[in-house]
Design a binder for this molecule. Structure first.
Ligand SMILES: Cc1ncc(COP(=O)(O)O)c(C=O)c1O
Ligand SMILES: [Zn+2]
Length: 411
């Protein structure tokens, strides 16, 4: 039962497959369509939806768009409500239309993943689930471990055998069970879901439907922050595809509810060195094929066989969008510019969006009225290894020559 503001109604969450239109009651252990083998999404509920902007948590503000009958405040770590920052120096340098960064690096564990984990953990607790898990080497591991700790749930993180120790520690500090697994990473993803179903462990992986619901909130916030407008372009990095799928669903929700008639041009961005979805898009294909020998500095989006890849292609095609690829050199230059010109230290995976905007603006005319939003998905502090390539000058002097040295440097 759920109170809508006027009356109590029965709300039963359902999953839908967009490929065959079949629907099923929500089962957190069964997230792929048994017929199409594609990820399913929460189907939108028939209730009237509205914003509750006077509430304190972002989950509460947009609760009527989410499959949550109740929000338990104590499970939240304060995710969401991230700033939309104008990038005026970047804009002037590259002669761009108005550009904004939706800065997701300030989430509780420094990435957008927290928005999805927050919704999935709310649901897990309401269903009485005691164990959660994820398959990840990076941001999702840290996010799931943090929210698992917050909720007092047993949390299992399955890691690739070659995950570097500093990445493991960033999740390990929250006290999850860490298990390194030898073998193919794609198969590990499938195996986790199967084992989870058998043993009641809710593996909230990258394209989990509840996780994707959490990502929708970013879209609603952007709409509010632009004063009830939809941006002309929305750039989002793509790996599994879960995040972009969530953002597209958010704007489709807003259209369906009559808040807007427009949709943004959705621009998914991949690193050229691992770009299965961009390659399929450029080739006019409805389905991607696995990307051989991935090699990019943007490790967080280096998935050669993304489970949401075909769904991204379908939704992008249906809703005015595109998927682009950018090189490592373009990514590093964009990362440096975001930091030096705007004060935002973005993960290389996140810097792809600025690189793609610069590329697109050279390829097609953008009007000065076109507002652009770049979603900066995660903090560069999680990928310090890429900064080794930066040639950052460090001056040296002694204490007695400090003043003179500053004068010489021109500080
Ligand atoms: C910083 C960052 N950006 C983007 C992504 C891609 O998100 P998705 O897998 O939902 O496409 C990830 C995924 O791990 C990430 O860590
Ligand atoms: Zn199906």
């Amino acid at each position: 039962m759920q109170y809508t503001g006027h009356s109590w109604v029965m709300v039963m969450d359902r999953l839908e497959c967009l490929f065959c239109a079949r629907r099923y009651p929500l089962d957190v252990f069964e997230i792929f369509c048994p017929f199409c083998h594609e990820p399913m999404l929460i189907s939108s509920t028939p209730r009237k939806r509205s914003f509750a902007l006077d509430r304190s948590l972002s989950l509460e503000k947009y609760q009527s768009f989410l499959p949550l009958a109740h929000v338990t405040k104590t499970l939240s770590l304060g995710e969401g409500d991230t700033p939309l920052l104008p990038l005026d120096r970047v804009r002037r340098k590259h002669h761009l239309p108005p550009v904004y960064a939706k800065n997701e690096t300030i989430n509780p564990t420094q990435s957008f993943k927290d928005r999805g984990t927050a919704v999935a953990v709310q649901k897990a607790v309401s269903l009485g689930i005691k164990s959660i898990g994820t398959v990840s080497t990076g941001n999702m591991a840290g996010s799931t471990a943090a929210y698992g700790a917050r909720a007092g749930l047993r949390t299992i993180v399955l890691l690739k055998a070659d995950t570097p120790p500093e990445k493991i520690r960033a999740a390990g500090i929250y006290g999850p069970i860490l298990l390194k697994v030898r073998g193919d990473y794609g198969e590990l993803f499938a195996a986790s879901l199967e084992i989870g179903r058998k043993h009641g462990i809710y593996f909230m992986n990258s394209i989990d439907p509840l996780r994707i619901e959490g990502y929708k909130i970013t879209g609603y916030e952007i709409f509010q922050q632009l004063g009830g407008r939809v941006p002309r372009y929305l750039f989002v990095p793509v790996s599994s595809g879960g995040h972009l799928i969530g953002l597209m669903r958010a704007f489709l929700d807003l259209k369906e509810e009559g808040f807007t008639e427009e949709l943004p041009v959705f621009v998914g961005v991949q690193a050229k060195g691992c770009s299965p979805v961009a390659r399929a898009f450029a080739g006019g294909k409805a389905r991607y094929s696995s990307f051989p020998h991935p090699a990019t500095i943007a490790h967080a989006i280096s998935n050669p066989a993304p489970p949401g890849g075909n769904l991204v292609l379908k939704l992008v095609r249906e809703n005015k969008g595109m998927v682009m690829a950018v090189t490592d050199a373009e990514i590093l230059a964009a990362q440096r510019e975001l930091a030096e010109l705007e004060g935002i230290f973005a993960d290389p995976a996140s810097a792809t969006v600025l690189a793609a905007l610069i590329k697109l603006s050279r390829r097609q005319r953008m009007s000065l009225k076109d507002e652009v939003v770049l979603v900066i998905t995660g903090s560069g502090l999680k990928s310090m290894e890429t900064t080794e390539r930066l040639n950052i000058p460090v001056h040296q002097t002694s204490l007695s020559r400090l003043e003179k040295a500053l004068r010489t440097i021109g500080a």
